[in-house]
Design a protein around this ligand. Structure first.
Ligand code: FAD
Length: 424
């Protein structure tokens, strides 16, 4: 009998999971649950913030003018290039179109239940002591109609850019200006003529500071990293982190004070898996999900995987490797290490990060380690590596971004071989 696999979410990660599972219909039968009305996850831009028409939290964190911060040549899944007529840095609508074409190309829609929310996942032992999963789901528009289906494996692909992380800032209760998390940032027009602090200078913080500067009077990009060595628009200034807020002012950690209308929090997101019951034994502590082998496989329930957990990575190619790794383990093409080996591998990796000075909450931030991680997964599962050119171009565009954040997206690239690219 085919192994029954549930995929939760039909964003890029979930689509990739369905694509590889459905390629072997004699081995797997797949059902994908997506709470929204369409595939593509966070790339479904909406003007709306807060709740959707069904009273569920808005999933998308896209803003109106977003262009990708990676060129399409590295963003693509290895088996599905973007349309070559597009420029390298594309608008969010093009990414959504791409994901819908991917679903069409691999005939994925027939496996996806749209407008269907997973409400609960339970682990259960069958009489033969095999682990089974009960997945409960309901129409997103009517949460009283719950049904449950049994599966042999579960792939959790629910994304991690939808539950905002709000920092604690002294004086926040007294502040009378507007406080907006980047999850709810949509258009710069709403901030015309205002003084804005963008708190946090990771990719989104930098990009939003530039976007909002087109309409705002002044933008302070406040962060605790070393100052960015890049050209910024005239009305964007870097400042250290925030010491405190007043009713209409901000004091930075260097003691400088400024008038303030809007505090834009580009402070990241929490991981969340509200639908996993306690018998799934998943803990999240300080943004570290445990116990996960290779940020992916549940060590105590190895028929459950979490695709897309690592941060600061090149997402779609990594999803593809993670999915092929897990699918190979499910169909027995390779055997996962013993529970003890998986635990010690995970702990070794975590301790190495701490010894390099990273705080525990960076447990899933890969950055420069992503390429070694991808290769390791591919080698362990005897699957194809991501072509070298992806890393080469990713590293190259990172340098161009560091030099000139306001204009690096004007460049275009072409992949010329598995090893090389050229600027065009
Ligand atoms: P999502 O796209 O979030 O999909 C998760 C899906 O799960 C959603 O459709 C959601 O509705 C569904 N879901 C959640 N809970 C349930 C449930 N209980 N039941 C059923 N369905 C559920 N990446 C790049 O490569 N290039 C970029 O330039 C880039 N820019 C970005 C800019 C922003 C502002 C953000 C937020 C992200 C950006 N990313 C970028 C990263 C992006 O998140 C990934 O590329 C990728 O799209 C994530 O896919 P995902 O499937 O993991 O998550």
């Amino acid at each position: 009998m085919a192994k029954r696999v549930a995929v939760i979410g039909a964003g890029a990660a979930g689509l990739c999971a369905v694509r590889h599972l459905s390629a072997s219909p004699e081995i797997f039968s797949v059902v994908c649950y997506e709470l929204g009305p369409t595939v593509g996850g966070t790339w479904n831009y909406t003007d709306r913030t807060g709740k959707d028409e069904n009273g569920l939290p808005i999933q998308s964190s896209m803003y109106k003018n977003l262009r990708t911060n990676l060129p399409k040549e590295v963003m693509a899944f290895p088996d599905f290039p973007f349309n070559t007529c597009l420029p390298s840095y594309i608008v969010h609508q093009d990414v959504l179109e791409y994901l819908k074409s991917y679903a069409d190309q691999y005939n994925l829609y027939k496996y996806i239940k749209l407008n269907t929310m997973v409400t609960e996942v339970h682990s259960r032992q069958s009489t033969g002591s095999k682990e089974l999963w009960d997945v409960s789901y309901c129409p997103s528009a009517d949460r009283s109609q719950v049904q449950t289906q049994e599966f042999d494996a579960v792939m959790v692909c629910n994304g991690h850019y939808s539950l905002p992380l709000y920092p604690t800032i002294p004086g926040m209760e007294e502040f009378r200006g507007q406080v907006v998390h980047s999850h709810d940032y949509r258009k710069p027009d709403e901030f015309r003529g205002q003084t804005v602090v963008c708190l946090g200078a990771a990719a989104s913080g930098q990009d939003i500071a530039i976007d909002v500067s087109h309409q705002a009077k002044m933008v302070y990009l406040s962060h605790n990293k070393s100052p960015l060595q890049t050209c910024l628009p005239e009305n964007v200034q870097q400042k250290p982190g925030i010491a405190k807020l007043g009713t209409h002012s901000v004091t930075f950690l260097n003691g400088e004070e400024a008038e303030l209308d809007v505090l834009l929090l580009c402070t990241g997101y929490h991981y969340h898996f509200h639908f996993l019951s306690s018998d799934c034994q998943v803990q999240i502590s300080d943004e570290r999900i445990s116990p996960l082998y290779k940020h992916l496989v549940h060590i105590d329930h190895p028929t459950m995987a979490f695709v897309g957990i690592p941060k600061t990575i090149c997402p779609f190619p990594q999803f593809d490797v993670q999915v092929r790794f897990f699918v190979s383990s499910l169909c027995g093409q390779f055997t996962l290490p013993s529970r003890e080996e998986m635990i010690s591998d995970t702990e070794r990796d975590f301790q190495r990060r701490l010894s390099e000075g990273l705080p525990p909450r960076y447990a899933h931030v890969l950055g420069p380690w992503q390429w070694g991680y991808n290769d390791e997964l591919a080698e362990l599962a005897h699957i194809q590596l991501i072509p070298r050119v992806v890393q080469k171009l990713y590293d190259y565009v990172h340098e161009t971004r560091v030099r000139d954040i306001a204009r690096y997206k004007d460049c275009n690239y072409e992949i010329t071989s598995e090893e090389d690219f050229k600027a065009v």
